[in-house]
Design a protein around this ligand. Structure first.
Ligand SMILES: [Zn+2]
Length: 188
């Protein structure tokens, strides 16, 4: 996945948030944690370019190992259920959840070493044929790019419908739901 990670992080944050709002979790830090988690595995691109000088696929770094994100998700889930004050645990949980989802999305057409460091075989749901140069054109002309566009449109719809609502009823701007709400706060 090339451009869908950040909007996917936004969509997941919006879907999960209503569960935690009632427990005193604020939307803005929650969203920041979600967006950061959705991009976090790809921060290894800095190492890839600046230190490794593009010698290894960046999906072979520990930052793209599913076991790392599964452990973070498990630990943050335990923290979330154990904590009396949920704020920080909810942020850690969402960060880890979006990091793990990042790997699932990467795995649609990109190799992810799902059993690393114990196994050395990568897995991708679909293979993109290398027909064009530069390499990213192959992904843009592949059908899976429509999925990325769909995620972007979903995120834009969620963002826009509640943004419009702010003009009608400002108090609702602090209550972002998984879907659109009307001026009375009812779900469409
Ligand atoms: Zn990635």
């Amino acid at each position: 996945m090339i451009i869908g990670h950040l909007p996917a992080g936004y969509v997941v944050s919006r879907i999960v948030f209503p569960r935690y709002e009632a427990r005193g979790v604020a939307w803005k830090p929650f969203l920041w944690a979600g967006l950061l988690g959705s991009l976090a595995p790809d921060f290894d691109m800095l190492y890839f370019h600046l230190v490794d000088h593009r010698r290894h696929h960046h999906h072979t770094y520990w930052s793209h190992f599913p076991i790392v994100w599964a452990c973070l998700l498990a630990l943050s889930t335990v923290w979330l259920y154990a904590a009396r004050v949920k704020n920080r645990a909810a942020l850690a949980f969402l960060f880890s959840l979006n990091g793990f989802i990042h790997l699932i999305l990467d795995s649609i057409v990109g190799d992810i070493w799902w059993f690393a460091p114990f196994g050395s075989r990568p897995f991708a749901f679909f293979t993109v044929a290398a027909r064009y140069k530069p390499w990213w054109l192959n992904f843009i002309f592949h059908w899976s790019f429509a999925l990325e566009i769909a995620i972007i449109l979903w995120a834009a719809w969620l963002w826009r419908c509640n943004r419009n609502l702010t003009h009608l009823k400002p108090s609702l701007s602090s209550y972002p739901q998984a879907g659109c709400v009307d001026a009375n706060g009812e779900m469409d």
